[in-house]
Structures are given as structure tokens and as C-alpha cells.
Design a binder for this molecule. Structure first.
Ligand SMILES: *Cc1c(COP(=O)(O)O)cnc(C)c1O
Length: 878
């Protein structure tokens, strides 16, 4: 019979066990093995059944068992120790508290459409969400006062299984927030706090705010499943990345606008300091800037432009993808309908809103509203997520700063990291603890002290190799279990499944490949030459085995076809003991998979993998990377600890040929380098050179790939400068800056470089000059209504390439020395040193200048000599 209503009956814990409830509610258990061990001891079998989820465990454990534990002195001592440890963790001074306080923001709000904290709170689809989870955890470890903001999806992302034919099936289990590690944010009188946003035609979208505790960091999740909402509105937060464009827009309005309101409510109710910096993880939460403009223009009394300045100063935007499909773009009409007088943010001019998302570059679509473009316009500080991705992003968005070279586009990079306490297997942690002690190992993992990591060098070969074997064996068992479940689900009977006991071999070189399945990640590159792959799998002395996993987006049939191709290959009785596809890739699987593999494979189409983080998690467990030089691997790869798959990017060859070349290179590496090294054993059976690579991976990559390192970089390079900039912009200063910008913009068409001349001693009349000579530059400019203080006139010089582009530019400001003459022109002068041999060139340019501009390209304005001016002046020399 079906129940007509459901309740969650929370257990009443006997008094001595009360601290268990706090331990279960703070997600720190998810990265603290001792707390997990304690929960396991509560009811070992139930713990297995609950998938290691303390809240469910406490909901299911029997009253008798609880009574028993309440009298178990040994258990109670452990419980007290764990509760004290959590208390110290929450209250103690950490890295942030030891830095000079005045410099750092009082709080930072971090917005993301998804958060992967633990499998017990399934609110993520892949790398972006898990990165966000790792960001919050590392912030907590470092004591950074952060508030996370996201949505609570009632069905999370989908669960994946396979049909008999290997076609991806999607399921959307209903999540009951009462059974999740969440608490409802409540007003002082106990009623649930609500935030609401206005929709067209008088509709309202209300939401509750659930709070998860991520160590020291609160994570606020907005949930539109509120009874007073109309049915359509109730479903706004139904699924992560589901639904059509209007649905997505509503989700993003709720996340951005509702999210700021949730933060305000949270701070009001708890006394938490208000954020000085707002960080948006990808463009989806970009509307948060509009809400803050509304706050400042309404009660704040600022004009739109002044409010925009204040908001920009305190906003950080991180872009995560160079793949256009990864960026949200909405119909302008749709956005227009939801803002303005009939929708949300009345009083904020719709045209101004629309202009923020306009693709004002040559290939831009005039009818689309681009969330990444708005992100860049609303944030004064922006970054990509690896050095290479920073460079790719500067090129990709250069059109927003016309006239500037890509190198000058104000997008920096902060390379991603991963939260080691979450991703390091307990066995690896224990080995570290034996070597240098548990406390120091914890420190090394969270803060990233490289001296601690160098202790790995002293671990004996045999200990490293034994550990690798243990981890591989555990993976093999896990794979068999999952494989059996998957085949049962695909309709196989027990009698057909005897082969699974022999699937994978704990002594065979194990390669892992797991990730989402967008086409650029090339799940099936390894299938390019099936015979060759089969030979590698079945090699008589040096076989390899491969574990593959990944979800295709539900709307992506071509991705599902790739999954099916792989599944069908892996179903073949000739190879099914050496290659497996595991359905339902997620954090729980990932935590077993990375440590158990010997090699982590990554073969995206370079440079489309912005960073990639799974290889970092693998590295922290001593798994070696075999990857295309893309994302983080491009930055940190060294032959001492991994392999780079040669690529054919940048060449004019077609996609097919490129795949063929790169797959060929992959097979060659596996056959000639990777497998021989793994199977090259000494007299004691240890592959010494392999173990050396494992050790190098840990010592060299360990301290770099940490989320602790990443968050410290965000604090030092982005949050602290943003907080300082934002403090300077009092309403008066912001208003002044905005008026100055408006004046400069209006005057700019009259700003020109009229004449450039190079004086004695060695005017390059014949186009050549001597090294060491200095030219005297005289430049005549017109500034229209502007004054010399409003601009900087610069000479930019350096080597030039075949197309006369200056490559390694040096910039020097020229000094105003005269004028204005009768035509209003001013003279600027300065020396130009010919300090490089070969093709050398220079140009002159005028930029707006103001002490509060953080970046010379900030306004996107510049004036350079016209063609005729340059020719007359002989700007280029050879
Ligand atoms: C780390 C992780 C990812 C991201 O991996 P990439 O290498 O960035 O593709 C995706 N899913 C899960 C479950 C992860 O743990």
C-alpha cells in the first residue's frame, strides 16, 4: 500500500550520546576518518547499508543499540574525544586568523550552482561542483570566513544505470531534506525563513534556506519546494542542469538574487559578518551582482553607475570552460521579460541589465544574453583555472577589450586544487602518519607544507609498493561488487555471472578513466584501434586492465552513444575480465577508484580541459598520470613522474586524423613505456623505477595540487585586493569614479595620437639602428575635453614578429612637456632605448588613467596612432 504522507521521525538520542548528533550534522566527518570510524562503531552493518552516511545511520539504528552504547564507557570516551576535536577545529585559530586582520575581508560569499561535499549530499554533477565543495572545505581548514550559497535540488543530478544493450538509463530519486545533513534556517520565532523573488505577471518565487555545516563554513541552499508557491515555481529547484532555458533562467535568478537575500537573512539571524567579497564560481550565479546593484541604488542612494563600481570592486568571477556549450546564454527577450518593472529588480533599468550580457565582439550574437560576459562586466577581478586556461580565456574574451592584446586582458589564473583530506585514501594517510605523525600529516594535506611532503622520500620502496598493491586489490573487489550489481540490473541471472569473480586481477597494471562524457573529453579515444587495444589488454607478459566510468548529460544522445560503444566493447567475453565500465560515477566511487589505479588517463582535445582535477586526486594517492598536456598537466608535468601524450592541436588536420594520431601515440606510450616500467621488477619483485615515479609524484605534485594552496591564492591575489578596493569605494568615491568614467567615455572619440617623431641621435632613416642607442620620442596628442591627469600616454616597444606585432612588450609612460597649442594639442616626450637586437618596433598609445583603476584595460578604451600617423613617423624599424 502506498503511504499518503511521509514523515521523518528523528531518533531521540540518550543523553550521553547527544554529541553524536552534532558530529553527524557537521560534514567535517566526510573528511575526518576518526569521526567516520566512530560512526562505524555505532552499528557496523547499518553503517555499510547506509553507505557511510551518519544522519541515515542515526535514523536507522535500533533503540536497544543506543541504550547499550550509552553505557559503553570505551565508546563514550571516544565520543568525547571526537566531540572535543570538532570543537577545537571549529573554534581554534587557523591560517587566516594569523594573517594581518585589517587587510582581509570580514567574510566572503561563494556562489556555485552545484556543490560536491559528500556522496551523502548529492548536489553535484561533476568537476565544477566537486571543486566548489573542495573550496569550502579548504576554506574551513584555513579558517577563511566563507559562506557557501547554492540551490537544493530535490532530485539532485541523475543516477545512471545501463540497459541490457548498454544504453544509459537515468533515475531521479527524490531527496527528502529531512533525511539529509541539513537544517532549515529559521526566524527567531521558529518559523522557517523565506526569501522570495518577483516573477512576471505578479508571480512570486519563494524559497526556504537549508543550511549544511561544512566544518566552519555554512553552506546555504535555496529550495523552491514551498507550499505557497504555484506548482511551476515549486519545481524550479527540481533538478540540477535540467529543463529548458526559462527553467534555467529561474534557477539562476534564484541562485544569484535569492542567494544574496539568503546571505543577508543568514547574517541577520546569526550575527555572522556581512560578506565584503562575492565570488561566483562560473557564470550561473552572475545575477548576484544585479541584486547588489539594486540594494545600493534603492536604500543605498547610489546611481546605477556608482553602484556598479562598488559591486565590481568586491566581485570575483571564475570562468571554468573554454567550451561554448558550457556557458549559459539566454534569449535577450526572455531576460528582458524577467527584469524591469513587471519582474524582479524594479527600479533597475532593463536596458542596463541587458547591456551587461551583450556579446559586443565581432562573432557575438546580438540576441543573446551571455552569463560569462555579464560575469566579466560585473567583476573587476576574474580568473581562469590553470595557467593554460588563463591564456585561452584571455584570447576567448579579448573581444570585450577591443584594441588590447590578449596578454593584457584582465583575466588571471589560479590553478585548481583538491581537498586532500577528502581524496587521500585512509591507507595512504596511515602510511604518512607512521612516517611523520598524524598531526603533521593532517597539516601537510590541508595547508600544503612542502617540507612535510618531502618526508615521503624516506618511505622504503617495499612499503610504497605494498600500499599500491593493497589499494589495487581493494579496487578490484569494489569493481567486482559494482559490476555484479550492474549486471543484475541489466537483467542477468546469477548463473551468467560466474566470470565476475575473475574480473580484473590485483597484480595487473590498472588504468583508470572516469569523467563526465562531453565530446571533448573523448571517452572512446582508446577504442580508436580496437585490435591494438585488445593486444594491450591481453598481452601475455605485460597486460593492462582498464576501469572506465562516466555519465553523459541526459539530453546528450551522442554522449550516450559513446558510453554504449564502450560498454559493448567491455561486454565482449574476450576482454571483459580486463576492461570494465562502471555505471553511476560519483564521489563514492571516485574515492575508491583514484587510489586503486596505477595510472590515471586523460585525453581531452587540447586546450578544452580548463584544468581537470581527477588526475590531482589520483596523484595524491600515488597514481601516475598519463595525459595530454592540457589544463593542470600542461603546467606541472615532468617526465620524472608521468607521461605526456603528444597532441596534434594547432595543426590544420581534421578531427578524425587528429584522433587517429593521438590514439596512436597513446598506444605507443602504453606499450613501450608504461607497461614495461610497471613490469620491470627487481629480485624482490619491486618495480624500482615505478616506485620512484610514485614517490616523485607525491613529493613534487603533493603540495601543489592542494585546495589549501588554491584557497590561499584566492585570498591573497583576489579576495584581499577586492576587499580593499571595495572599502575605498564609499558611496561618494564610487559616484565620483562613475562620473569620471562617464566623462572619459564621452570624451574618448576626440582623443587621438596625431604625430609621432623620433629625434636624434640615431633616427632610423634607413630603417636600421644600433643596439644601445636611445631615441628621443616626441608625441603630439589631442585629448579633447580631457586633461593630462585623465590619461597616460605610453610607448610600447619590443621585438616584432612577421606581421609587425610587438611580442614581448615593455611599456613606459611619456611625460607631458607642452601644450595645449592653438589646436588643443599637447606634447609628450620620453626616451626610447633600443635594448634589443633584431626586429624591433614600438608604438604609442593613450589609456585612461585614474588611481582607482585596477587594470589599464579596465574601461576597454585606448587610442593608437592612425595608419597615416604611423607611416609618417616610421613607427616600425627593421
Ligand atoms: C574530481 C571529479 C570529477 C572531475 O574530474 P575531471 O578530471 O575534472 O574531469 C568529476 N566527477 C567526480 C565524481 C570527481 O570526483
Amino acid at each position: 500500500m502506498k503511504a499518503i504522507r511521509r514523515f521523518t521521525v528523528r531518533p531521540v538520542l540518550p543523553e550521553p550520546l547527544r554529541p553524536l548528533s552534532d558530529l553527524a550534522r557537521n560534514l567535517r566527518w566526510s573528511w575526518h576518518p576518526e569521526t567516520r570510524d566512530l560512526f562505524q562503531a555505532v552499528a557496523p552493518e547499518e553503517w555499510q547499508r547506509c553507505g557511510g552516511d551518519p544522519v541515515r545511520l542515526l535514523g536507522n539504528v535500533s533503540a536497544e543499540r543506543l541504550t547499550e552504547l550509552a553505557e559503553d564507557r570505551r565508546f563514550l570516551r571516544r565520543l568525547t574525544a571526537a566531540a572535543d576535536d570538532l570543537h577545537d577545529y571549529l573554534a581554534g585559530r587557523r591560517w587566516y586568523q594569523t594573517a594581518p586582520q585589517a587587510e582581509l575581508p570580514a567574510a566572503i560569499a561563494y556562489f556555485s550552482p552545484e556543490f560536491g561535499i559528500t556522496a551523502a549530499l548529492p548536489q553535484y554533477s561533476g568537476g565544477l561542483g566537486i571543486l566548489a565543495g573542495d573550496h569550502l572545505k579548504a576554506a574551513s581548514d584555513l579558517g577563511v570566513p566563507m559562506i557557501g550559497v547554492g540551490l537544493l535540488y530535490r532530485h539532485g543530478y541523475f543516477r545512471q544505470s545501463l540497459s541490457r544493450e548498454g544504453w544509459q538509463q537515468e533515475h531521479y530519486p527524490v531527496l527528502d531534506p529531512n533525511e539529509l545533513p541539513l537544517e532549515l534556517l529559521r526566524e527567531g520565532d521558529g518559523t522557517p525563513a523565506q526569501v522570495a523573488i518577483a516573477l512576471p505577471a505578479g508571480r512570486r518565487l519563494r524559497s526556504y534556506v537549508w543550511q549544511a555545516r561544512v566544518g566552519r563554513v555554512p553552506l546555504l541552499l535555496l529550495d523552491s519546494d514551498v507550499e505557497e508557491n504555484a506548482p511551476g515555481e515549486r519545481d524550479v529547484t527540481d533538478r540540477l542542469y535540467g529543463g529548458g532555458s526559462e527553467h534555467r533562467l529561474l534557477q539562476e535568478m534564484l541562485l544569484g538574487i535569492g542567494g544574496v537575500r539568503a546571505v543577508r537573512t543568514y547574517c541577520r539571524l546569526t550575527g555572522h559578518p556581512e560578506p565584503e567579497v562575492f565570488h561566483t564560481n562560473e557564470g550561473h550565479a552572475g545575477f548576484l551582482g544585479l541584486e547588489r546593484i539594486r540594494e545600493l541604488t534603492g536604500a543605498g542612494g547610489l546611481e546605477f553607475d556608482g553602484a556598479l563600481e562598488t559591486v565590481r570592486a568586491g566581485t570575483v568571477f571564475t570562468t571554468h570552460t573554454p567550451v561554448p556549450a558550457g556557458i549559459d546564454r539566454f534569449d535577450r527577450e526572455l531576460v528582458a521579460r524577467h527584469f524591469g518593472d513587471d519582474g524582479e529588480l524594479p527600479g533597475v533599468d532593463v536596458e542596463r541589465v541587458l547591456a551587461l550580457g551583450m556579446e559586443t565582439y565581432p562573432q557575438g550574437e546580438p540576441n543573446l544574453f551571455n552569463m560569462a560576459v555579464m560575469g566579466l562586466r560585473l567583476a573587476q577581478r576574474a580568473n581562469g583555472v590553470s595557467t593554460l586556461h588563463g591564456q585561452v580565456s584571455r584570447e576567448m574574451f579579448a573581444g570585450l577589450w577591443p584594441g588590447f592584446d590578449p596578454e593584457e586582458v584582465p583575466i588571471i589564473s589560479v590553478t585548481n586544487g583538491v581537498h586532500a583530506p577528502t581524496w587521500v585514501a585512509p591507507e595512504v594517510f596511515r602510511l604518512g602518519a607512521r612516517q611523520i605523525g598524524a598531526g603533521r600529516t593532517e597539516d601537510a594535506l590541508s595547508v600544503g607544507d612542502s617540507r612535510r611532503w618531502s618526508a615521503v622520500a624516506e618511505i622504503p620502496d617495499a612499503a610504497v609498493w605494498d600500499l599500491r598493491r593493497v589499494l589495487r586489490e581493494q579496487l578490484v573487489e569494489e569493481v567486482r561488487r559494482r559490476l555484479r550489481d550492474s549486471w543484475r540490473q541489466r537483467g542477468a541471472g546469477a548463473a551468467e555471472l560466474g566470470w565476475i569473480d575473475g574480473a580484473l586481477d590485483p597484480d595487473v597494471l590498472t588504468i583508470g578513466f572516469a569523467r563526465r562524457v562531453p565530446s571533448y573529453k573523448r571517452l572512446t579515444l582508446m577504442l580508436r584501434d580496437r585490435d591494438r587495444l585488445m593486444d594491450l589488454l591481453l598481452h601475455p607478459e605485460r597486460p593492462i586492465q582498464i576501469v572506465v566510468a562516466g555519465k553523459a548529460h541526459p539530453a546528450d544522445d551522442s554522449g550516450k552513444r559513446l558510453v554504449q560503444d564502450l560498454v559493448r566493447f567491455a561486454d565482449d567475453p574476450r576482454v571483459r575480465h580486463r576492461i570494465v565500465f562502471l555505471p553511476d560515477y560519483g564521489m563514492a566511487m571516485a574515492q575508491k577508484l583514484y587510489p586503486g589505479c596505477d595510472v590515471w588517463l586523460n585525453n581531452p582535445l587540447r586546450p578544452l580541459e580548463a584544468c581537470g582535477t581527477s588526475g590531482m586526486k589520483a596523484a595524491l594517492n600515488g597514481c601516475l598520470n598519463l595525459s595530454v598536456l592540457d589544463g593542470w598537466w600542461d603546467e606541472w608535468y615532468e617526465p620524472d613522474f608521468g607521461w605526456s601524450i603528444p597532441t596534434a592541436d594547432g595543426s590544420a588536420i581534421d578531427e578524425h586524423r587528429r584522433d587517429e594520431l593521438e590514439a596512436g601515440a597513446l598506444y605507443d606510450l602504453l606499450e613501450a613505456r608504461v607497461a614495461p616500467r610497471f613490469y620491470d621488477r627487481d629480485a624482490t619483485g619491486i618495480p624500482q623505477r615505478w616506485v620512484e615515479m610514485v614517490r616523485q609524484t607525491l613529493v613534487t605534485l603533493g603540495p601543489k595540487v592542494l585546495a589549501g594552496r588554491m584557497v590561499r591564492e584566492y585570498v591573497e591575489r583576489l579576495y584581499a585586493p577586492a576587499a580593499r578596493a571595495q572599502r575605498v569605494l564609499t558611496p561618494e568615491v564610487a559616484g565620483e569614479l562613475a562620473r569620471w568614467k562617464a566623462r572619459v567615455r564621452a570624451a574618448w572619440p576626440q582623443v587621438t595620437v596625431d604625430h609621432v617623431e623620433t629625434g636624434v641621435p640615431t633616427a632610423p632613416a634607413n630603417g636600421s639602428a644600433e643596439l644601445g642607442a636611445t631615441l628621443a620620442l616626441r608625441v603630439r596628442v589631442a585629448l579633447g575635453d580631457l586633461l593630462p591627469d585623465d590619461v597616460e600616454v605610453q610607448v610600447v616597444s619590443g621585438r616584432v614578429d612577421e606581421s609587425d606585432r610587438i611580442t614581448d612588450a615593455t611599456t613606459i609612460a611619456l611625460k607631458p612637456t607642452g601644450g595645449p597649442d592653438l589646436e588643443g594639442r599637447r606634447l609628450y616626450e620620453g626616451p626610447l632605448a633600443l635594448d634589443r637586437t633584431g626586429s624591433f618596433g614600438y608604438t604609442v598609445r593613450i589609456l585612461p588613467a585614474h588611481p582607482l583603476l585596477t587594470h589599464p584595460a579596465d574601461l576597454g578604451l585606448l587610442a593608437v596612432p592612425s595608419e597615416s600617423t604611423s607611416e609618417a613617423a616610421g613607427v616600425l624599424m627593421r
